[in-house]
Structure formats: structure tokens, C-alpha cells
Design a protein around this ligand. Structure first.
Ligand code: LLP
Length: 436
């Protein structure tokens, strides 16, 4: 029997069939159709509790975990975050609107992004956003102007660039000095924007934020980021007397897409960062700010799986084999964008030898529409078979497109042996509805 990499403990094999969260994937494909995104609700809740528990333990009952909802934004996920006591990171009016529809209190939300429009700023304020995470000087002044117009005092964090290379892929590396995000310490811009923020009448500066990157496996990165940020806080205190109350260290912990990648022990990591921060603050003689982490991927990624149906199997003798499925770059753009690795295998017949190598490709009119290359599959894989792609809970639905006017798949939640639709399948009519 071929060795199946069970890269997360919500994946299992029973009677030759692939189970996800204890449920038969072939049956789910049959019930809901394909392509379909599955989400394991218990896994999402377990990850929230891991973060919240570790943060409270590390910081004597204080501290926050904010779900970076760009990883996957839909109404049901915000309801779950509300129930679990998670804060939220949002980046657009679209995400804010979804948060509000879910009945999640916007006062627990942090509004990120490097370019908020005046309309975004007004919309967020009108709905009582908790914090703006201000990226740059123009934005600071725009938030100040809008807060003055509305007669409020708005809490903000300033996004600071600590000058750290997280050694992940370039598209998600954000902590380096030349990043498009934030104000760098090295260039003096961070100090400048802090002083400017302190002068604004309608702004309450609550503290600072940094985010060094995503899919980070090197736990040292968070210690270095904390080191740089606390030194900055101490420096600012000496220069201006301002004491930061909050420090948000961003998100980024990596997850396992393939067996070769390690599984990060989030609890151990956060406890380590906590100890480092407490020692460092004592050394710098500053009080420990309230610490926030902002995980996205590590909350939802391995709670997700996509099921596809095979349409054609093309074997080009002497060259390569293609297995085409009924989804592709429209529901999973990550291989096309970043060359990301994935684990795929059939939903049934797992005893067969995986004796063929193939590219699993989508249905778009584009050669780059590939989900993964060099995938081991059984020789006799054929039209109508269901294939599962693992670890698709983060940055899949939220990055899905309608290229080639392909409707987006539904999200089906799995919980305690039951399943329910959280986002319905898009219909072709939905796509035409916007055309006037
Ligand atoms: N906080 C901020 C300010 C961020 O920009 C991000 C991610 C996070 C938190 C959450 O990071 P996470 O825990 O998910 O790594 N589309 C890419 C990932 C882009 C990440 C953008 N920012 C991908 O599919 O790999």
C-alpha cells in the first residue's frame, strides 16, 4: 500500500477511503457536488483556543489573539471567532461589512492595509471600529481629519517595519526596510510618524504593530521582531515620554502543506516569545505592553480541504501526464502565484499503488493553471474520480476569482459528524447579475 502522508490529525483513512474530520470525503463530494471547500469547525476552534490559552499563560492573563481574516473571510467564520473570544484583523470595507453581518462587535476589530480610502475610513468609524492600524503619514492625517469631522477620538496602532527578513517567499515577506508596508525604524520614519501621531488631537495612540511575513517556520524571527520593537518602544519613551500600551506582533506562523514541512508547536513558541518579552522589558526597564498575535493561516489552513472531480486524464507518451479537475487556479491560485506545494490524493481506492506521476491541473484557458506538479497518483485514475487537495483553508476561498466566468465553490463546514453549508455555491446567474 502506498504511504499516504496524514499531515494533520483531522485526516484519516478507513476501509481504503479518505476521511476528513471523521467524515467520508467521497460521500461529501456526492452530497454537495465538486469543487467544494470543506472546513473542519472543531479544528478552527481548537486552534483559536491554543493561541488564546498560550497568550494568557505567557502574559499573566493579559494579551490578545486576533484572527487575520484575510486568510478566509465569510460570515460564519466571524460568528465562530466571536464565540471563541478572538479579536479580528480586517483589511477592507468588504471584510468589515461581513463582520457586521455576522453580528461580531467591530469594537474588537483592527483595521489594517497600507491604503485605506477616505470611504473606508468613514465606513469603519461610522460602524465603531476598535482600532486603525495606521500604515503611513498620509493615512494618519486622513484618519485624524475624519475623526475630527465626526467629533470622535480614534484609537490607533502605528505599523512599524522592524527590518527583519523572515526567510519565507518574497510575496509574503513584509518586515524588511524596503517593504510597501509600515514605517521603518532604520530610516527614522517610525520615530517621525510616532511624534506626529502624538500631536493629533483626535487620535489616541495605543501602541505599535509589526508583521514580518507569512508561512514562517523560524521561531527566532518572533524573538528578533520583539527585540527590535521593544527597543524602539524604550527609545521612544526616552525621547518623548510616550509609553506604548499595546504591541501587536502580527501573524505568520507556518503550517504543513506537505509531509516534509514541520508542524510548529504554537503553544511552545508563544511561551518562548512571552518569556523573552518579559525578560527584555525588565532589562529595558519598561512595563510589559499588552501583547497581541494576529494569526490567519495557522487558524484555518489545515482545517480546510478541497474536493475535485477528475474530468480527463491525458498521458503524453515520453513527456508527462495530466489529470484535469473541475476547479483550478480560480479556487486555488497559490501554486500559480507562489509555486506552493500541496498534498493531493484520491478520495477512494487508497490501497492502489501510486505508480504514476502527473500534474493536477485546472479547467482555465491558461497553461499556468496548475494545482501541483509531480503528484503521485494511481495509474487507473479516471474521469469521475474524486481527488482531495489538503490544507486549503487559508488564502483559497479568500483569493478565489471568477476567471473564465467560473463560479466559486461553496464552503461546507464539518462539525461533530454533521455538515452544513456556510457559503453557498455561486451560480452562473450570480456572475451575470452585476452586468447592466
Ligand atoms: N497580520 C498582517 C498585518 C498580515 O499582513 C497578515 C498576512 C497576517 C497578520 C496573517 O498572516 P498569517 O498568519 O496568515 O501568515 N496570500 C498569501 C499570504 C499573504 C499574507 C498576507 N498577510 C498566501 O497565500 O500564502
Amino acid at each position: 500500500m502506498t504511504q499516504i502522508p496524514l499531515i494533520c490529525n483531522n485526516i484519516s483513512i478507513e476501509n481504503d477511503r479518505l476521511l476528513f474530520a471523521g467524515q467520508d470525503t467521497a460521500e461529501l463530494a456526492n452530497q454537495y457536488g465538486t469543487p467544494v471547500y470543506l472546513m473542519d469547525e472543531n479544528r478552527i476552534r481548537e486552534r483559536c483556543r491554543t493561541y488564546l490559552g498560550a497568550i494568557k499563560q505567557a502574559f499573566g492573563g493579559k494579551g490578545k489573539a486576533l484572527y487575520a481574516s484575510k486568510a478566509s473571510s465569510f460570515k460564519r467564520i466571524y460568528e465562530i471567532m466571536k464565540e471563541e473570544g478572538m479579536g479580528i484583523d480586517v483589511v477592507s470595507s468588504g471584510e468589515i461589512c461581513t463582520v457586521l453581518k455576522a453580528g461580531y462587535p467591530l469594537s474588537n476589530a483592527y483595521f489594517h492595509s497600507n491604503n485605506k480610502t477616505d470611504a473606508d475610513i468613514a465606513y469603519a468609524m461610522d460602524n465603531g471600529i476598535g482600532y486603525f492600524v495606521v500604515d503611513n503619514t498620509e493615512e494618519l492625517l486622513a484618519v485624524q481629519a475624519m475623526a475630527a469631522k465626526k467629533g470622535i477620538r480614534q484609537k490607533i496602532l502605528l505599523r512599524i517595519t522592524p527590518g527583519i527578513d523572515p526567510h519565507t517567499y518574497a510575496a509574503v515577506s513584509t518586515g524588511k526596510v524596503d517593504s510597501k508596508f509600515g514605517s521603518a525604524i532604520e530610516t527614522g520614519m517610525a520615530e517621525e510618524i510616532t511624534k506626529l501621531a502624538l500631536l493629533q488631537e483626535n487620535i489616541i495612540l495605543s501602541g505599535f504593530h509589526c508583521h514580518v511575513g507569512s508561512q514562517v517556520f523560524d521561531s527566532d524571527v518572533y524573538l528578533r521582531a520583539a527585540d527590535v520593537m521593544l527597543t524602539f518602544i524604550s527609545d521612544i519613551k526616552q525621547k518623548t515620554g510616550y509609553v506604548a500600551e499595546e504591541l501587536d506582533l502580527g501573524g505568520g506562523y507556518g503550517v504543513r502543506y506537505v509531509a516534509e514541512q514541520p508542524e510548529i508547536d504554537i503553544r511552545e513558541n508563544i511561551l518562548g516569545v512571552g518569556k523573552f518579552i518579559i525578560d527584555k522589558c525588565a532589562q529595558l526597564n519598561i512595563s510589559v505592553p499588552e501583547i497581541a498575535f494576529e494569526p490567519g493561516r495557522s487558524i484555518v489552513a489545515d482545517a480546510g480541504m478541497t474536493l475535485y472531480t477528475v474530468g480527463s486524464v491525458k498521458k503524453i507518451p515520453g513527456y508527462k501526464n495530466y489529470v484535469s479537475v473541475d476547479g483550478g487556479m480560480t479556487d486555488n491560485v497559490r501554486f500559480a502565484m507562489y509555486g506552493s506545494p500541496y498534498t493531493l490524493f484520491p478520495a477512494k481506492g487508497l490501497h492502489r499503488p501510486f505508480d504514476m506521476r502527473c500534474s493536477v491541473v485546472g479547467r482555465c484557458c491558461e497553461s499556468g493553471d496548475i494545482i501541483q506538479n509531480n503528484v503521485p497518483m494511481p495509474q487507473d485514475i479516471k474521469r469521475g474520480d474524486v481527488i482531495a487537495c489538503l490544507t486549503t483553508g487559508a488564502y483559497h476561498y479568500s483569493m478565489a476569482s471568477n476567471y473564465n466566468r467560473i463560479p466559486r465553490p461553496p464552503i461546507v463546514m464539518l462539525k461533530d459528524g454533521e455538515s452544513y453549508v456556510a457559503v453557498r455555491r455561486e451560480k452562473v446567474e450570480d456572475l451575470v447579475n452585476l452586468d447592466v
